[in-house]
Design a protein around this ligand. Structure first.
Ligand SMILES: NC(=O)c1ccc[n+]([C@@H]2O[C@H](COP(=O)([O-])OP(=O)(O)OC[C@H]3O[C@@H](n4cnc5c(N)ncnc54)[C@H](OP(=O)(O)O)[C@@H]3O)[C@@H](O)[C@H]2O)c1
Length: 338
């Protein structure tokens, strides 16, 4: 099978940073399904894993943690899928990724693809959809059904992959008052189209921006960029007894800044369930299925913004370069193996 991977961890400008490969097709066992991958998307995790370091792999490392494709074989313990099902999933950071024609994935973290989307449109969603869903509904414990509708959320980094779906979930499911950040005319227009009620600029301290807009505090903050850089402003602007969730690792921050307001802080890491095989790992299958129903009902829309054809090393290097610039709007997807 065709695949794209790496032996050496090099700057993306190097042709050897991602290379075309021919590998043996894997066989599914246990709860694994074997998927013929038709489309993938690229996330900052790909570029972080690929980042230059002094290590050489003896067998190629396959990156990629977002895919949509068709089930072509199932392991002997698989209960939820049969050959021919169309699935979408992010996968498991500890296993070979989706930048290959065929991939094994545990059925508990794969969902039925939205029926109304093609493979490319679907591949944009799993990793960011899981992240935003878990952050809003599991970590911040916001009601999915509107019980918190009078409350407000600040989403820092609104136009990126995660922000683009988080805004929709916060607005269209939770019915919160959504303030999102974006810094350029095109990213501002994008977050407004995704449902943000107000857009502020993350190039200025977000507490100052909120004050200028007449907002004294917000009940929730979802931080999707530069936790340390936004920390003081977040501590300043979060409401007493409010909650902050970040998805971006950080240098040390002063947790004491949250104490007088009894503010909760939580991490979201979307690989936790698959990495630790948590007892509730199947929740990711359930949430992907629920996300698909919401997409098919027209309540949410795909976040794809750019589609590159075909899937090969040169095009993946191009996609990594775009992600590394740090100003992606929505998602970059690659599709087809021709
Ligand atoms: N913990 C997890 O499970 C998890 C899951 C997914 C992603 N992540 C991490 O979360 C981060 C965001 O992921 P993503 O896929 O949304 O990334 P992305 O698509 O690359 O995000 C790009 C966006 O970041 C915005 N941005 C740039 N500088 C910013 C700043 N200083 N403050 C706020 N926003 C800024 C840009 O907006 P403008 O162009 O308008 O400036 C751009 O739209 C990445 O670090 C990623 O590795 C973690």
């Amino acid at each position: 099978m065709k695949a794209v991977g790496l032996y050496k961890y090099l700057p993306v400008e190097s042709d050897d940073s991602l290379v075309d490969l021919e590998l043996a097709q894997p066989t599914p066992n246990g709860r694994d399904i074997l998927v013929a991958v038709n489309a993938i998307s690229v996330n900052p995790v790909d570029t972080k894993v690929r980042a230059p370091k002094d290590r050489i792999e003896t067998t190629p490392r396959i990156l990629g943690w977002d895919a949509a494709g068709e089930v072509i074989a199932v392991g002997d313990e698989v209960e939820h899928y049969v050959v021919g099902d169309r699935v979408y999933y992010a996968g498991d950071i500890t296993r070979a990724g989706s930048n290959s024609q065929f991939q094994l994935v545990d059925e508990r973290i794969a969902g039925q693809m939205p029926k109304s989307l093609d493979y490319a449109e679907a591949a944009a969603l799993p990793l960011t959809g899981i992240t935003a869903w878990e952050a809003l509904f599991d970590r911040l414990r916001i009601s999915k059904t509107g019980a918190d509708a009078a409350r407000s959320i600040l989403i820092i980094g609104g136009a990126g992959g995660v922000g683009s779906i988080a805004i929709q979930l916060a607005k269209r499911l939770a019915r919160l008052q959504v303030v999102a950040t974006a810094s350029r005319p095109e990213s501002i227009a994008w977050v407004k189209a995704k449902g943000a009620d107000l857009v502020i600029n993350h190039r200025n301290p977000v507490d100052d921006e909120l004050q200028a807009a007449g907002i004294a505090s917000v009940d929730y903050i979802l931080c999707l960029n530069s936790t340390a850089a936004h920390w003081a402003a977040m501590a300043n602007t979060i409401a007493p007894q409010g909650s902050i969730c970040s998805i971006v690792g950080t240098e040390p921050v002063d947790l004491d800044l949250l104490k007088s307001k009894s503010v909760s802080f939580s991490w979201e890491f979307m690989f936790t369930r698959s990495m630790y095989h948590t007892a509730d790992m199947i929740e990711q299958q359930r949430l992907l299925n629920e996300l698909a129903v919401l997409i098919d009902a027209g309540k949410l829309v795909t976040t794809v913004n750019e589609i590159i054809r075909p899937i090969n090393a040169a095009n993946l290097r191009k996609a990594h370069q775009l992600i590394e610039r740090g100003n992606a709007i929505g998602k970059i997807v690659l599709t087809g193996w021709e």
